[in-house]
Write a protein that binds this ligand. Structure first.
Ligand code: NGO
Length: 532
């Protein structure tokens, strides 16, 4: 009863709220040259798609977003969807936590969905009468709304009202991810990126069903996270003149970091913080002399060399320092993982490296987190819950294969496929090329479960696209390197191996361009892609 009441009131309110100029029937069809959307025009490719060309749902001024009654998470996803759809449509799109309405509706329902959908999958049905998205969790529901967003005409991404027919192709989609971990990484150490820039990147990542954002918070050139027990790490180690060429100063306060993790969580993205050690530590060691074996602080460094710094392995103070950092960071990290780097420790002997890692890895567990490390960490035969992040360019790695045989899981970031900081070709103005050039097809055409001998489907937790920022300063720079390769890695992480198809991918990718233009995303117009 109460519900019917709400609806009647809503209908009245909606009618009043309608802009007077709004046509009774939708104005114009999609502009010439823009083909109608198909149910399959989605990145990452959904697991199962059953188009029904007889049905189309058209979003109109009376459409409501209906969410499962009494479900706060469903209502939250409904509000987020409404915020995306309102600017371009100009429709009120009220969010109503009620049972079925007589109005045309987008229903967002949590619970009672097919068990096969798991924790992140969803079922999306489009009929003439409306759209229904069902999922077992709010993460799945959110994923479904991102698919719906791509099924609408590209103009939906405009920030001002557009005149078009908001048609959604009929049929149904059943979708769930191949891998649990679908990540991106941003390097804040070489050039700091602001909270606003990180949030903007999160907005883009969430559209492609990325669910982890790894933040590389410390390196030789800068320390970017507030640690109260070692306060000069940020004021000096992240202060003026830090970053590559001294041009990337700045740091996240704990409040900033919490704001970023909360913003990410609302978009179903978990932050994985990284403190790189025992190498890549010059910013800390040049700030605190006592972190050096000889007690002398080296000068700060703003060049891009790697492998020259090492914490002092035999000094107890090193472990007190690391424990302070891990404790404080774990306290403000809601996610399950804490990354301890471990790459390129060329200034640490193998024996010292093992000593160090065997003391530090248990500290991560002590503070309730699961450790992540670059693949070098597998040299020390860590506990099987430690996740290895593979960044090599080859297809064999004995330490990694042995770790997998013991039970460790792997996130795949092969540098010659998944590194977003590699140039596309020799003319790319930004980026590096030590792992080769990576055109869009190179980024797309590989199988994470067949890349490294001995690391098969069951051992792969997922994929991650790291973006190192030696050469990147602005959000535009980030976007130019990430787009269009980030959607390629996102598809490898989400879509089935059987659906892998370059021709299909490049066509779907080309159709994303109008969306990026409307969102002001600065992308690389690769000649390999038929851009719309
Ligand atoms: C390497 C190195 C980083 C560089 C990056 C540049 C890893 C894991 N360590 O990747 O310090 O920034 O290459 O591409």
């Amino acid at each position: 009863m109460r519900h019917r009441h709400t609806i009647t009131r809503l209908l009245a309110a909606t009618a009043l709220a309608l802009p007077l100029t709004l046509p009774a029937t939708p104005a114009a069809a999609a502009p010439a040259g823009t083909p109608a959307r198909q149910l399959t025009d989605v990145i990452p490719a959904p697991a199962e798609t059953r188009p029904d060309p007889r049905d189309t749902f058209t979003l109109g001024p009376l459409t409501v977003i209906r969410t499962s009654p009494h479900s706060t998470p469903a209502r939250q996803v409904g509000r987020q969807l409404a915020e995306i759809l309102r600017p371009a449509t100009g429709y009120p799109l009220p969010v109503l936590p009620v049972h079925a309405t007589p109005l045309p509706e987008i229903a967002l329902l949590i619970g009672g969905a097919d068990a096969r959908l798991g924790q992140e999958g969803y079922q999306l049905d489009v009929t003439r009468r409306g759209v229904t998205i069902r999922a077992n969790t709010s993460a799945g529901l959110f994923a479904g709304t991102q698919t719906l967003r791509q099924l609408l005409p590209a103009q939906i991404e405009a920030s001002e009202r557009q005149r078009t027919t908001w048609a959604i192709p009929g049929g149904s989609i059943t979708d769930h991810p191949r891998f649990a971990y679908r990540g991106a990484m941003l390097d804040l150490a070489r050039h700091f990126h602001t909270v606003g820039e990180i949030k903007a990147y999160i907005d883009l990542l969430s559209q492609y069903k990325i669910n982890f954002l790894h933040l590389h918070l410390t390196d030789d050139q800068g320390w970017r996270i507030q640690i109260d027990s070692w306060p000069r790490l940020t004021t000096v180690g992240g202060g003026p003149g830090t970053g590559v060429d001294g041009a990337g100063p700045g740091y996240l306060t704990k409040a900033d970091y919490k704001a970023v993790t909360a913003y990410a969580a609302e978009r179903h993205i978990t932050i994985v913080p990284e403190i790189d050690m025992p190498g890549h530590t010059n910013a800390a060691q040049s700030t605190y002399a006592e972190l050096n074996c000889d007690g002398v602080a080296p000068p700060p460094r703003t060049d891009t060399a790697v492998g020259y710094s090492s914490l002092c392995i035999d000094d107890e103070l090193t472990y007190q320092f690391i424990e302070d950092v891990i404790r404080e960071l774990a306290e403000i990290t809601p996610g399950p993982y804490l990354h301890i780097g471990g790459d390129e420790a060329h200034a640490t002997t193998d024996e010292d490296y093992t000593t160090f890692m065997r003391r530090v890895l248990p500290l991560v567990s002590k503070y309730g987190k699961r450790a992540f490390g670059w693949n070098e960490v597998m040299q020390v035969d860590p506990a099987t819950d430690v996740v290895a992040q593979f960044w090599g360019t080859g297809t064999t790695n004995t330490d990694l294969a042995e770790a997998v045989a013991r039970g460790n899981k792997v996130v795949m970031s092969p540098a010659n496929k998944a590194y977003l900081d590699m140039k596309y070709d020799r003319n790319t103005p930004l980026g590096l090329s030590w792992a080769g050039y990576i055109e869009v097809r190179d980024a797309y055409d590989w199988n994470p479960a067949q890349r490294v001998t001995g690391v098969g489907e069951d051992a792969v937790l997922g994929v991650e696209a790291p973006l190192w920022s030696e050469t990147l300063r602005s959000l535009d720079d980030i976007e130019y390197m990430a787009f269009p390769r980030l959607p390629a890695i996102a598809e490898l992480g989400w879509s089935t191996a059987a659906s892998h198809d370059w021709e299909s991918f490049r066509t779907r990718l080309g159709a994303q361009a109008p969306r990026w233009r409307l969102q002001d995303v600065d992308y690389y117009p690769s000649p390999q892609v038929p851009w719309l």
